[in-house]
Ligand binder design. Structure first.
Ligand code: F6R
Length: 363
């Protein structure tokens, strides 16, 4: 039931504070990760893991891409690949590799095939981050780490994505514990997760401003999403949301790649969206955006209050109180809302976009 919401997608966007809290429930307490809640088999697998191979499709793949930045920060080797490529490739599996599949439905044909095909490849085991307890991926994986997003009806994934990120962050903390994570660091990471529902509530209050931003896209045929570091996959996800439901051709690039080709596309009719958090790459991204402005590209920015944008012309929404570790999760929310409002203005079928199915059970 959509209740008071015009679409399931909107309802699901607004459910995120609650389902993220639900996904954290019983897994953290007072600045500590409660690893016992993962189950003995899972912790035993994490003990043995020397390398992580993530395999997933679409939005779930983007969650995996963000997780790679998190894992590598703590010296955990991690690779990420789309399942449709992975399953047909001759893969070289490093010793001590753990296969992690990520899936909302647990029924995605390619992801399931990648899992089945991995058995002969020498993995120490398989873990699935999944939202549907009775799904094939859950049944066939050695262990599972459930997201608790509840049923997701909108074809465009929103709350499943952010709960996947939360689950992956918890797994990253668990793996980091096996490296050099200090108690103080763990406490900071856990408290950041704990703060997420409240932070997202605040971002959701920006909906009217995002609706106004959306007007700048209605008559456009293309859009470019830029990001660097963990915000590159956030840009990919923002572009995927926009193309799926508004049918505007949207592409994401790591901002540093701009001058290697895509800059040629930029003119007055190209909106450019960028998550611009206060992080070590900020100055680099700003100089990339300067290049966009010099070609007349219209900028739609999401930044936080510590950032001085200093460009000549742009639309900006400022988020406050952001922590670097969970910022990719928080910054995903305004991009979901942007795609949603553009689609509504264009009058598309938001919950059932053309040509797409909620669960891709055939290749
Ligand atoms: C995009 C979307 C798809 C799915 C993909 C994988 O909004 O929903 O890209 O993420 O089909 O589905 P799951 O996560 O069920 O394996």
């Amino acid at each position: 039931d959509k209740g008071l919401y015009a679409h399931y997608m909107l309802k699901e966007i607004y459910e995120q504070p609650a389902v993220i809290a639900e996904t954290l429930e019983g897994r953290i307490h007072k600045g500590r990760l409660l690893e016992a809640s993962f189950g003995h088999e899972t912790t035993a697998l994490l003990d043995k893991a020397r390398h992580i191979q993530i395999v997933a499709c679409g939005t779930s793949y983007h969650a995996g891409m963000v997780a790679r930045y998190w894992m590598e920060e703590f010296g955990i080797p991690c690779s990420v690949e789309v399942a449709s490529e992975y399953r047909y490739r001759k893969v070289v599996v490093p010793e001590g590799s753990l296969l992690i599949t990520i899936s909302q439905s647990g029924e995605t044909a390619d992801t399931l095939a990648a899992l089945r095909g991995s058995r002969a490849n020498g993995y120490i085991g398989s873990l699935t981050v999944c939202n549907v307890p009775e799904s094939s991926l859950v049944r066939e994986s050695d262990v599972c780490f459930m997201t608790r997003a509840g049923t997701e009806i909108g074809v465009a994934s929103t709350k499943a994505f952010t709960t996947q990120l939360v689950a992956l962050r918890l797994l990253a903390i668990a793996l980091a514990r096996r490296k050099e994570l200090s108690t103080a660091q763990e406490e900071a990471m856990v408290n950041e997760l704990h703060a997420l529902p409240r932070q997202i509530e605040v971002v959701l209050q920006l909906a009217d401003a995002i609706k106004t931003m959306a007007e700048g896209f209605v008559d456009k045929h293309n859009a470019l999403f830029l990001g660097r570091g963990a915000f590159y996959p956030v840009a990919l996800e923002g572009a995927l949301k926009l193309k799926e439901i508004s049918y505007i051709h949207a592409e994401a690039y790591p901002a540093g790649e701009l001058k290697h080709g895509p800059l040629a596309l930029v003119d007055e009719s190209m909106p450019v969206v960028c998550a611009l958090p206060d992080d070590p790459l900020l100055e680099k991204v700003l100089s990339n955006l300067q290049e966009v402005r010099a070609r007349g590209g219209e900028l739609f920015l999401f930044s936080d209050h510590k950032v001085n944008v200093g460009l000549d012309h742009y639309q900006n929404l400022t988020l406050s109180d952001i922590y670097p570790g969970t910022a990719p999760i928080v910054y995903s929310i305004p991009l979901q809302l942007l795609a949603y409002h553009v689609a509504v203005l264009k009058g598309t079928d938001v919950d059932q976009p053309r040509n797409l199915a909620k669960s891709v059970t055939v290749e």
